[in-house]
Every structure is written in C-alpha cells, then in structure tokens.
Design a protein around this ligand. Structure first.
Ligand SMILES: [Zn+2]
Length: 272
C-alpha cells in the first residue's frame, strides 16, 4: 500500500539569518539574541517534541552554526535526525561568484563533518535561491538531493544533473507566517490557526496526488512555546489521516535516487 511521505525540515539559521543580511548585525546584541534563541532554546524544545512523537526529521544547518554550537548540532545527529547543509553563514548563492560559492560549500561541509562525523548529502540554499551552477556544484561534491525547487508536487530527479529534488513551497513554511524583524520591512505575523489551516489544507490536497509534503520550519520561530503548538497540531492532524508516514529527507531521496546510498551514511542511523 503506497503511503504519503511527510518530511519535517528545520533550517537552523540562528544568528546567520541576520549576519548574512548585514554583517554589522554582529554588533547588535538584540538582533543576535533573536537569532540565538533558535539553537539555544527553540531547538531543544523541537527535539523533545520529535522524540515524544517518535518522528525523525532533517535539520539544515549553516556551517557557522555547527562551528558555534557544536554540542547542539551533535545532539541533532545523536537523536537519529539527519544533519544537512544550509550554507556557511547563510549566504545566498545567487549573490556569490562560482569560486566563493564552492569555497563556502566546502567550508559548510567540513563544519558539519567535524560535528556529526559524516558529510552532509542534502542541500537547502539559504533563501531558497540557487545560482546557475549550484546543482552541478552539489553533484561534484557528493550531494544526493536538493530541497529548493518549487516546480513540482513530488520528488523527482533533475533533468540536467543526477540529483534528487524534494520540492518546497512558501505555503509550507513557518517564516511566511511567523518571521518578523525591524530589518524586514513589510513583515507581518499570522496566528497559528492561519498557518495550521494552510499546512493541513496542503496535506489534504497533496496526499491525494502522487506527491510529498516538505514542511520548512525554523527553531527560532517554531521553537517558541506558542508556535510549537502549530507544529504539534499539524502532526496530530497528519496522524489522524490514514496512510501518512513521516520520513527524513535523505530517506525519501533514496527512494528516488538513481544512485545507491553509500554505506558511509550508516553512521547517520540512530544508535541501537
Ligand atoms: Zn535559512
């Protein structure tokens, strides 16, 4: 019986969300504190919820976060979740030249490997925007999937490169509804009900198709006590529907990938 895959993903932006927009943010204690809430407060709360729900998820981590919060990022891996790549300091690839982009990709790989012990094989671009050469760069450096494109409902293999895509959508994110900051003109906040209504409506519609649902959340947003209730409500709604399974991005990508999964990734599995 085919089941419908739901992938919970968390982009652990922390301070890098602001450092990338404006390096001078490093001298702005309150802006930094807004980011710091993610890895220090929101992340443990999310990990506890996932444990209690027995769900394994995927965390896209900027290398800067792995360097500055190694214990927090190691904890993600130790609980059986996947740690994947999210830039070094949340740089937007479309603003980098090819040499810079490759150097930052490698720096992010090494930062994650140093903490979790394996090379990340999934990539989500900060800001969900690639450069024209990102896909080929990912293939060259051993990545198995991208989770950035918005052109289909379900997982697929790119035509131009042998790499899996796990599509995303602005409607399947928390930042669309919850992100606010003085540096983000026009940002508004929505109630949990608005977000949960859209996420659950997406689930109803997508699960009737040959598709998947990739939800993109941020510990600094969805890790707040009130916002966590939105995630909990979505999980409960999904659990009440027949035929829904929660999977990590790597596991869904493996179902589609033209290449067998390298044994080195066994270290990603939860310890018995
Ligand atoms: Zn991000």
């Amino acid at each position: 019986v085919p089941t419908f895959p739901v992938v919970l993903t968390f982009d652990v932006d922390g301070e890098t969300m602001w450092l990338n927009r404006d390096p001078a943010s490093v001298d702005q204690p309150i802006t930094m504190s807004q980011g710091r809430y993610g890895p220090t407060v929101g992340l443990p709360r999310i990990l506890a919820l996932l444990d209690s729900e027995d769900i394994r998820a995927t965390f896209f981590v900027p290398g800067w976060i792995a360097d500055h919060y190694p214990d927090a990022v190691a904890e993600i891996g130790q609980r059986g979740h996947e740690v994947a790549h999210h830039g070094y300091r949340h740089e937007w690839p479309q603003r980098l030249d090819p040499e810079e982009e490759q150097a930052l990709l490698l720096r992010g790989i090494e930062a994650i490997r140093a903490v979790v012990g394996y090379q990340p094989v999934g990539y989500r671009a900060p800001g969900w925007e690639l450069s024209p050469t990102t896909l080929s760069l990912l293939v060259r450096h051993g990545f198995r999937y991208s989770s950035n494109f918005m052109d289909r409902d379900g997982p697929y293999v790119h035509d131009q490169e042998p790499i899996v895509e796990l599509p995303v959508s602005w409607s399947l994110a928390d930042s669309t509804f919850f992100r606010y900051g003085m540096q983000l003109p026009g940002a508004r906040m929505a109630t949990n009900d608005e977000a949960v209504s859209i996420w659950c409506g997406e689930l109803d519609a997508l699960s009737a198709e040959d598709a998947c649902l990739v939800l993109t959340l941020h510990p600094e947003l969805s890790g707040r006590p009130y916002r966590l209730a939105a995630l909990r409500a979505f999980i409960e709604y999904a659990r009440r529907k027949p035929g829904i399974r929660f999977v990590r991005a790597i596991d869904l990508a493996d179902e589609v990938s033209p290449h067998p999964r390298p044994p080195v990734l066994d270290s990603m599995e939860r310890a018995p």
